[in-house]
Design a protein around this ligand. Sequence first.
Ligand code: DAK
Length: 255
Amino acid sequence: MDYQNLIIEKKEGIALVTINRPKALNALNTRFFNEMDHFVGLVKDDKEIQIVIITGTGKAFVAGADISEMVDQSPEEGTAFSKLGQKTFSSLEKLKIPVIAAVNGFALGGGLELALGCDFRIASTKAKFGQPEVNLGMIPGYAGTQRLPRLLGMADALYLLMTADIINAEEALRIGLVQKVVEPEELMEEVFKIAKNIQSKGPEAIKKVKYVTRQGMKSSFEKGCELEAEYFGTQFKAEGEEGMKAFLEKRKPNW
Ligand code: DAK
């Protein structure tokens, strides 16, 4: 597929996805969703890729769903557009490998929802976050009403959803929306450093941590613990034996 909205660069097991529609502040249109679906389909089967990083070109990460594409939608088209985006962001979340958002600028509406579909978020001091849909007489359509309260708790989520306030990176860090804030010129270096650190761990362990944590959050505490115990057990032979031997022998593990 010939990408128009995405730039994909692969290096040393890391796929960097740059959303590249700067004239519209990287707003998400149907073409974006088709391209992202295509990319996720490829990554799923690509054994070489261990981590995905998502960022945006210019002053925005993503300034929302493309308002010019949504403006004339019928209710049926709106529902279909919402389901399309929900499916894409869920498929990112379901990737077995880590997906990191490098939030360089505006992450508004659908842009914040995209960042929420990633496993965690690192922000530049220039990043701005918000769910401004109610300004447009709309509500979020890409699972923002579901992921935000699960991440932040009900009150902080409803505060953002109801006020449409745009918050800065420092405030986002305070409420746990992002995990780290760095200077703009250090953003990509920092995110790659984090990615490389994760790459040095047991690759199966990383995938299982993601799976068990995400599955556990969708089920009861007891079910989550059962899953954890099962995967804890299988991980002994998969990587644990080597990891523990390496520790005792004071050497780097050979995964
Ligand atoms: N869509 C389309 N174009 C956008 C855009 C967007 N979300 N955001 C910005 N642009 C375009 C602007 O129209 C402008 O285009 P030109 O006029 O140059 O042709 C260009 O990007 C630069 O924007 P500005 O000139 O406005 O730049 P500023 O620095 O002055 O302002 C801003 C930056 C981010 C504060 C401002 O652009 C802004 O307020 N943008 C809109 C932000 C917003 O409301 N985003 C949330 C969109 S709602 C649903 C599914 C999903 C959703 C809802 C329903 N259904 C399925 C029904 C989710 C909705 C959203 O994401």
